[in-house]
Design a protein around this ligand. Sequence first.
Ligand SMILES: [Zn+2]
Length: 351
Amino acid sequence: MEASPPFNDCPSQHNNEDYMVIRTKNKYDFHVYRPFVFFSEGSFFSNLIKDAQVSERKNGLPVATLEEDSEVIDPLLRLCYPGKLPSINIFEHFSEVLNAARKYCLESDLFLERVEEILMSSPFMKSQPERVYVLGVQRRMKGVCLEAAKRSVEMTRTLPQKLPYFGDEVKEITGSELLSLLDYREKATRVVARFVEMILEQDHVDSDDWDNAWLHLEPLPFDTSFESNRYRELGHSKDCIEGFISGPTVFAVVYPPDDLPFVHAVQAPIWWQDFLLDIARNYQAHPHRSAFTDPDIIRKAIARATDWCSKCEKDALNLSLRIRDWAESEFMELVQTWVKEREILKLTLEF
Ligand SMILES: [Zn+2]
């Protein structure tokens, strides 16, 4: 049987030294332009047709019979040819194509770049990221591994009940390579909790070392100039004042327009601390940005900030807007910057 274009028979190619025929196990004949599969003098296909091993010819062209079916050889050859990338719709075919490429010495840098390109945009990256990760490890494609690790974390949000799934190919990577993915998943879900711990446990920040104070003073969603006597005079309730006194002291940075930044120690209310912890817990269960703006958590924070103080209650609407804004932009951005700058999330792969 003839393969589909561009590998089907073409009369002008008969007896053309630049071509050969690759016959698959299921008897499909692929007319192949030799330079695309002969990478060097001693490459597999070059040897195959050089050493008088050619027992069969078709239209004068040497025929090499392979052990793989056309479903594997077709995408394999398309990966060697320039132009459009093949689509691989069955996950197992990826492994088979890659194994065949290794067997026939077709894994050039360009070939692997093209494989990487398909994997990055493949639907399997979304549906079976852990299996894609394993393929990435096997072929030393760090970009694929990292993307797959991210997708794997993302999946815990969309399908929280779904456990990571690994196919048989997992046997071909080492325990530490597998652990690296599991560790990444664990770290990614704990990342907000670690950030919150860090904010709340900061008991000393050198005022010269303003870079260590990650919170920005101005947008904080509570009164950053709390002072108990003043609060009493203004008519805030006992509970309201108590809420501030029992809250944490946090450090926040101010960036004056024409001066050096400086750090403030700020008395934060207890509801704000619990709000951060609630978001951290929520993110751990559903590691996605929406964890920062969970309406139930925001509602709870507003209630705790206003329910026990008639003075604060009057300001509830303004406060709710500030809390939401802060969580959605400032807080999320701070966590992201912290993760990025300090390389909190890393895949520890040794290649
Ligand atoms: Zn109050």
